[in-house]
Ligand binder design. Structure first.
Ligand SMILES: *[C@@H]1O[C@H](CO)[C@@H](O)[C@H](O)[C@H]1NC(C)=O
Ligand SMILES: *[C@@H]1O[C@H](CO)[C@@H](O)[C@H](O)[C@H]1NC(C)=O
Ligand SMILES: *[C@@H]1O[C@H](CO)[C@@H](O)[C@H](O)[C@H]1NC(C)=O
Ligand SMILES: *[C@@H]1O[C@H](CO)[C@@H](O)[C@H](O)[C@H]1NC(C)=O
Ligand SMILES: *[C@@H]1O[C@H](CO)[C@@H](O)[C@H](O)[C@H]1NC(C)=O
Ligand SMILES: *[C@@H]1O[C@H](CO)[C@@H](O)[C@H](O)[C@H]1NC(C)=O
Ligand SMILES: *[C@@H]1O[C@H](CO)[C@@H](O)[C@H](O)[C@H]1NC(C)=O
Ligand SMILES: *[C@@H]1O[C@H](CO)[C@@H](O)[C@H](O)[C@H]1NC(C)=O
Length: 421
């Protein structure tokens, strides 16, 4: 073999590694279009959200491609049913509408959903398996194969309704300084108000509820971490700078705190990124929006709505360099505006479409020029093409409680509302 041939072989290997190690996390969630059963089938909306290395794409995801909803982004593979006998779930491609991108982290995120008619009284698992691999610089898991597995069930709940899965409200990468113990609470909502939510690590054990490996080659991606299952809290240390730790969770909803079999199992895969401290002032920036984190606002489809996200730096001389976001399809963000001393803002504009009816979540977190990340701020837009029917008006334990505020909760046939009094 000549030097030229060797060089050619080397190039091919290099290119194929670059082209496959670009997965950065994702989730597959689902909900009933109407929670009240009627007939022998139910419409189920399955939503996939994937993050990738943005420089993998030509063109990259940008403000322009988000606004145009084109081109879509994808990699090879699809979401397929793990049971050969579920013909009602045709393969779902990984093509998504790009919704968010980060220049700093070189990550883009996309989302798409599909409405399917599924027979009542069936349970099955769907998965992205084996076609993609993770980032190369993982502290544990060595660029392993991606498996993302979600369990759907149309078996009626003990209360007679059709279930919906929990949804995590999260940005794809969380920057944390190394060699310090951190506590990260994964914010989760469930549109079935009274469900008991538990989180567990994804496992390779075939005795898990999915009967399949949920973590491929990146099980135990955060060495030494502890997970508190009842409140989805991760206690961990990062020890390697400039490296990712892959967090692979299954978030499961139980009918009540005594139930032992979950009604669904939702994968949530995201990254911690470790960095060496750059500055002695480590006080994080703060999102100072008027609305509390995790509030709900109504969003009529076809109507333009504007929200500002404002962050303040807490250390002298620092600035906000980016807002990490997770957005519904079509939501547009301005570039960063320096609107006051130490105060930075992005303007968010969105016209929901009628096929986005139901709850749509937007989350943001600001990062300063020394990589210190702010608190995360999320808002749920209730896009209303269908008037909700109240099915659970009695007082029930609220899913989230805002400090110093009175909360009133309603469960409808589509979602629940939290009303601040
Ligand atoms: C569906 O996807 C699976 C897994 O990627 C693949 O093995 C199967 O051939 C696909 N089926 C069809 C009909 O494309
Ligand atoms: C596949 O589906 C069939 C029919 O619904 C069911 O009997 C079987 O247990 C399922 N297999 C797995 C592995 O889930
Ligand atoms: C659902 O399936 C279970 C067992 O597979 C069966 O016992 C039950 O009768 C079914 N319910 C309905 C409403 O079809
Ligand atoms: C994390 O690192 C800190 C500081 O080095 C140490 O005190 C703590 O015990 C470590 N925690 C874990 C869970 O390793
Ligand atoms: C999570 O639960 C543990 C154990 O019940 C508790 O000690 C901790 O304070 C809780 N954390 C949060 C953020 O609620
Ligand atoms: C942090 O503080 C130490 C001790 O006061 C000082 O030597 C060092 O230069 C400071 N580092 C930075 C990045 O400001
Ligand atoms: C958002 O901020 C801009 C200035 O950057 C201001 O003109 C606008 O009124 C704000 N909009 C809302 C809804 O707060
Ligand atoms: C939703 O509607 C918009 C325009 O109304 C269209 O561009 C988009 O493809 C639709 N999305 C889905 C998932 O049907």
């Amino acid at each position: 073999m000549t030097i030229d041939h060797l060089f050619f072989v080397y190039l091919c290997i290099a290119v194929s590694i670059i082209h496959t190690s670009h997965f950065r996390g994702g989730t597959i969630t689902w909900r009933a279009y109407n929670k009240t059963p009627s007939g022998s089938t139910a419409f189920i909306i399955v939503r996939e959200q994937w993050s990738w290395r943005n420089s993998f794409f030509t063109p990259r995801c940008s403000a322009a491609t988000i606004a145009a909803k084109s081109p879509m982004i994808s990699s090879s593979g699809n979401v397929a049913c793990l049971n050969s006998s579920c013909g009602y779930f045709p393969n779902m491609s990984l093509w998504t509408y790009c919704t968010d991108f980060s220049g700093l982290a070189d990550i883009s995120t996309g989302e798409d959903s599909r409405t399917l008619s599924i027979p009542l009284n069936v349970s099955f698992s769907i998965a992205q398996t084996g076609s993609n691999t993770w980032a190369p610089n993982l502290v544990s898991g060595s660029t392993g194969a991606v498996n993302v597995v979600s369990r759907i069930s149309t078996v009626l709940r003990p209360d007679g309704y059709i279930n919906s899965s929990p949804v995590a409200m999260i940005i794809p990468v969380i920057y944390k300084v190394i060699n310090v113990q951190h506590v990260y609470v994964v914010p989760v909502v469930d549109y079935d108000l009274t469900d008991s939510i538990r989180c567990r690590w994804a496992t390779n054990s075939l005795t898990n509820i999915n009967g399949f490996s949920e973590c491929g080659d990146v099980c135990n991606g955060v060495p030494g971490a502890t997970l508190i299952e009842n409140n989805c809290t991760i206690i961990f240390n990062l020890t390697m700078a400039n490296a990712y730790a892959a967090v692979l969770l299954q978030i499961e909803d139980y009918f009540n705190s005594l139930s032992t079999v979950p009604m669904s199992s939702t994968p949530l895969q995201f990254l911690f990124y470790g960095y060496s401290p750059i500055s002695n002032c480590t006080t994080p920036p703060v999102i100072i929006n008027g609305r509390p984190d995790r509030s709900c606002i109504s969003a009529p489809s076809g109507v333009s709505l504007t929200v500002n996200v404002t962050a303040q730096v807490s250390c002298p001389g620092k600035s906000i360099v980016e807002f990490f976001t997770s957005s519904p399809v079509g939501l547009q963000k301005s570039s960063i505006l320096n609107v006051g001393i130490d105060v930075y803002q992005i303007n968010v504009n969105w016209i929901p479409t009628s096929n986005q009816s139901g709850p749509q979540v937007f989350c943001a977190s600001a990062i300063d020029n020394t990589y210190v990340l702010s608190n995360q701020w999320c808002i749920t837009f209730l896009v209303d093409s269908v008037a909700p029917v109240i099915i659970r008006p009695t007082p029930a334990p609220p899913v989230f409680i805002f400090r110093d505020q009175t909360l009133f909760s309603l469960q409808s046939n589509i979602f629940y509302l939290n009303i601040l009094m």
